[in-house]
Ligand binder design. Structure first.
Ligand code: ADP
Ligand code: MG
Length: 463
């Protein structure tokens, strides 16, 4: 009977259940010899929330229409009470969940009102800002107490957002703590109800994270500084290796200048001074002086200690300037230099001094390799090419004995060297520099003998 009422939501009134067809074979009715039965669905706003079941096993027809009318009234009241009770239980459960969220102190939570008072706050929040529960009196802790001056303007805008949308999305800010220090936090706010005169804020302490970030920045800065130092030392060492040839290179124009100066003096001191000849000799002195100054200028640029700066670099000119410095060394070792620098290459993005350092290291390695063997001819090839629209390729190849191992990657390990006085830092530094430029550096075998080193440098992006 109850099942039937639940299913159909119709009331059932049986005058004498034991003698009526529909339910007379019901097990329950048989066992209890039920007589009068009344079963009403308790319905509230179209929802079945219960069933009222009454029975009388002594007499039939006890549920007269007037009694039924009263019972129906009672049933509708019962339905309302039942529903209310359920709502109270639900509210209590929800309230308990919220309390748990607040008291778990996983994030700081506080409730504010439109006068800017903090009317409730959990331990996590109070600890962040250095206050106690006792400070949350009606005339106690306020939003203003927690706010640093530079945040006033922002807070006015946030208050406006709260009024219009009811929400301030999570953002980072600082609060002033009880002892006047600053605490960095992540905070989000939401206003309650239609009035929006109270609301809740969720606060996460970012102190630890900020400290870790600052520490990471600091160690990255130190790492980069150590890297500059290392690169600089490597550049100075490379120049040092070339110093004898470079001194010779500078000496030559100086010696030539002296000769030319003597010639000029002679032409001027003659009985009939030959001004034209004297002028030519002075012109040659000026040219030689410029040549010497040029070489010294290049060396100073390479030895200068400055953090790299990425600008547009003409790669061929960059290479030619290095070649000037290594020319003497090549001649000394009987090495022929063959260049094939492609015309009209676009600018690459890089630090000129660092790129020159890479080329210098590769040329010195090639020269040392060829000097260590008797194989002829000794040729150094330097070529540039535009590989694709992304970068420029630079190639340095020699006809020396070639690479000792076929595991070419090992060459780029720090301290890997096959030379008695080698440091093994040249190639690792080259690779660090090229990778910092966004390019790649690799080694391979030359044919019929020797080694090839190639690297790419990305182009300067078009504005
Ligand atoms: N052009 C080359 N031909 C043959 N071997 C080379 C060449 N360039 C580099 N290498 C090998 O790579 C090693 C590492 O080079 P590098 O890092 O410049 O350190 P170092 O020159 O101090 O040895 C060298 O010792 C040498 O064995
Ligand atoms: Mg080297």
């Amino acid at each position: 009977i109850v099942q039937y009422v639940i299913r159909t939501r119709n009331s059932i009134i049986l005058d004498d259940a034991s003698s009526e067809d529909q339910f007379s074979f019901d097990q329950y009715v048989l066992r209890h010899r039920s007589r009068s039965i009344l079963c009403l669905p308790l319905i509230k706003q179209g929802k079945l929330i219960g069933v009222l079941y009454l029975e009388n096993n002594l007499s039939p027809r006890v549920f007269t229409p007037s009694r039924v009318a009263i019972l129906e009234l009672l049933a509708s009241q019962a339905a309302i009470s039942l529903e209310n009770m359920q709502l109270y239980v639900e509210i209590e459960e929800r309230e308990a969940k919220i309390r748990r969220l607040v008291d778990a102190n996983i994030v700081g939570i506080f409730i504010w009102n439109s006068e800017g008072r903090i009317i409730e706050a959990n331990e996590a929040f109070l600890q962040m800002v250095g206050y106690r529960k006792a400070d949350l009196r009606p005339d106690g802790l306020s939003w203003a107490d927690l706010t640093l001056r530079e945040w006033h303007e922002h807070d006015e805008r946030a208050a406006e957002a709260l009024r219009t949308t009811g929400i301030v999305h999570a953002y980072e800010r600082e609060f002033r703590t009880n002892n006047g220090s600053r605490v960095p936090v992540l905070i989000g706010e939401a206003a309650f109800g239609g009035q929006r005169d109270e609301g809740v804020a969720f606060v996460v302490d970012l102190t630890e994270r900020k400290r870790a970030e600052a520490e990471a920045r600091e160690s990255e800065r130190r790492r980069r500084e150590a890297q500059y130092e290392l690169e600089h030392a490597n550049r100075v060492a490379a120049i040092g290796q070339l110093s004898a040839s470079i001194a010779h290179e500078v000496n030559q124009p100086v010696a030539a200048s002296i000769t030319n100066a003597e010639t000029a003096l002679r032409w001027l001191g003659a009985e009939n001074p030959n001004l034209q000849k004297a002028r030519e000799a002075l012109g040659r002195i000026a040219d030689d002086g410029r040549r010497a100054a040029d070489v010294i200028g290049r060396i100073r640029a390479l030895i200068k200690k400055e953090p790299p700066s990425m600008v547009g670099v003409e790669i061929n000119e960059t290479i030619r300037e290095v070649i000037v410095l290594t020319q003497g060394e090549m001649t000394k070792n009987g090495v022929t230099l063959l260049t094939r620098l492609a015309d009209g290459l676009p600018l690459v993005q890089g630090d000129k001094v660092q790129l020159q350092q890479v080329i210098l290291n590769l040329i010195i390695n090639a020269a040392e390799a060829m000097a260590s063997s008797d194989e002829e001819p000794r040729e150094l090839h330097i070529a540039t090419n535009s590989t694709d629209s992304q970068s420029v390729l630079v190639l340095v190849a020699d006809t020396g004995p070639g690479l000792a191992s076929t595991n070419y990657e090992r060459l780029f390990d720090a301290f890997y060297t096959t030379k008695p006085t080698g440091l093994g830092m040249g190639l690792p530094i080259c690779r660090t520099i090229i990778e910092a430029h966004g390019g790649q550096l690799w080694a391979s075998a030359n044919l019929p003998r020797g080694a090839v080193f190639q690297f790419t440098v990305p182009l300067l992006p078009a504005e």
